[in-house]
Design a protein around this ligand. Structure first.
Ligand code: ADP
Length: 457
């Protein structure tokens, strides 16, 4: 069931209950009033008749005649306390069959009231000249019942009309109240991958629906951003792949045009294999990038010794680049025996990639192909500083160097694909660590990495 319908029905039901209670109270209190006031009227009219009979001295048959044709007349009977009938309105019929028990009750209570069918009956003691008489009077309150019936019809009709109006009004107001949601739904239906820039209307920016719209728009902002960066990423990858591939194809086609000397073929092979190596490096980096983007729960973490990790990373870099020099040392003398300080919980492969990238960058962007790695240990974290005295990074490049595929102004200085630092940053963040950089063009660059011993997940 739609919320709009639900709200309308709920609202109408609530109103119907209230209205029904109100109508019932009105009806029953009117019915009770009618009964009471009719009993009183009966008594008064009976007293008038008793006065006419006893005080004024009207003869009983005359009195009968006077009241005979009065429409809806009440029937009055007067007895003495010995239960002898002194007067009866109707010589033929008798609505109240007075019994000795009834007489006793009247004498005992002075005044009794009860109903016989639709007839209301009142019986009471009447004192005239120090003598008591028992008077009974009975009649049907025809006018009162008619009014009660009218009231019933009026209340029922009013109830039905009010409910119908409430249904219409409820539908109208719930539609009005929920119209922003309908607009939002229509708008959201139009948002697809090709027009992620569209936003839903934020209304008055205050009520709950507006807050929902604002939250939704914020989510769209994030989605659009990540969608854009994915697009950029894919186009960068294809660009990076295309350049060496095009070079390989051109090189091979050119050498196939005419026969070449062995030396010339050798040169072509060297150039082609250099381009092919770039492709291998790129695909490896991309693979690592994908690994570092996994959910941390899916990555194997184990206890590692930082010094061993850095030595392994260093060895890998030196194997591939025999002219590089990397020094690893501790900032201050410390008790190496305490494994707790030098160990950290992490993924061995990814951390080697991260530190390897930083060492390789330090060497490749320095004329002397040297960098130094300094370890500092603290109670909660390990700190690794990778410093070189190379070309440095310009202030304009510094804010961007951790973006995927970004290569600084100094890129002509060394080959690369711009993935290394973004990959390193991702790996460090995966280990709940931080990386920062300081650099001065012409003087060198220092990266500082901090990783907690046990990353709080
Ligand atoms: P790549 O090294 O493949 O160009 P990275 O992501 O590793 O890509 O680095 C991004 C950019 O940051 C580099 O192109 C370079 O401009 C700059 N950079 C990184 N490390 C250093 C460094 N140690 N010295 C100077 N520039 C650096």
């Amino acid at each position: 069931m739609k919320i709009r319908l639900k709200l309308t029905l709920l609202f109408t039901l609530l109103f119907a209950i209230l209205l029904a209670v109100f109508a019932a109270v009105t009806y029953f209190s009117y019915a009770e009033n009618r009964e009471d006031s009719f009993f009183e009227r009966l008594e008064q009219r009976a007293i008038v008749q008793a006065n006419l009979l006893m005080d004024v001295g009207v003869a009983p048959n005359v009195l009968q005649l006077i009241y005979k044709n009065v429409p809806n007349n009440e029937e009055v009977a007067i007895y003495d306390t010995a239960f002898n009938l002194m007067y009866h309105d109707d010589a033929v019929g008798d609505r109240v069959k007075e019994t000795p028990e009834m007489m006793r009750q009247i004498i005992k209570h002075h005044n009794i009231r009860f109903n016989i069918g639709k007839n209301q009956v009142v019986g009471f003691l009447y004192k005239y000249k120090e003598k008591y008489f028992i008077i009974t009077a009975a009649a049907v309150d025809v006018a009162g019942y008619r009014k009660l019936e009218n009231l019933q019809i009026t209340l029922l009709a009013g109830f039905l009309i009010a409910i119908a109006l409430t249904l219409v009004a409820g539908r109208f107001f719930s539609k009005k109240a929920l119209s922003p949601v309908s607009h939002m739904v229509d708008r959201v239906e139009d948002i697809t991958a090709t027009n992620l820039h569209m936003r839903v209307q934020e209304g008055n920016r205050k009520d709950e629906i507006a807050v929902l719209a604002i939250t939704f728009n914020r989510m769209l902002n994030r989605l659009e951003q990540s969608f854009e960066s994915q697009k950029q990423f894919v186009s960068n990858i294809s660009h990076e792949l295309r350049t060496p591939l095009a070079a390989i194809v051109a090189e091979l086609e050119l050498s196939a045009i005419r026969p070449r000397t062995t030396d010339e073929y050798q040169e072509v092979i060297i150039r082609v294999s250099s381009d092919a190596r770039k492709l291998v490096r790129l695909s490896n980096d991309l693979l690592d990038f994908a690994k570092a983007s996994y959910d941390p729960d899916q990555i194997k973490f184990k206890n590692l010794r930082l010094d061993e990790l850095l030595l392994d990373a260093r060895l890998q870099i030196l194997k591939a680049n025999t002219d590089y020099h990397i020094n690893i040392n501790f900032e201050e003398e410390m008790e190496i025996g305490d494994d707790r300080f030098i160990s950290l919980n992490g993924n061995e492969y990814l951390l080697k990639v991260a530190f390897g990238n930083l060492m390789e960058n330090g060497c490749k962007f320095s004329g002397n192909h040297q960098c130094s790695v300094t370890i500092r240990l603290s109670e909660n974290s390990v700190f690794v500083r990778i410093a070189d005295t190379g070309v440095g990074i310009t202030p304009e490049d510094l804010p961007h160097i951790f973006e995927p595929f970004y290569r600084g102004n100094n890129k002509q200085y060394a080959s690369g694909n711009g993935i290394g630092l973004s990959l390193t940053d991702r790996i460090i963040r995966l280990h709940k660590g931080q990386i920062s950089v300081q650099s001065k063009p012409g003087e060198g660059t220092t990266f500082l990495v901090e990783i907690p011993h046990i990353p709080a997940l």
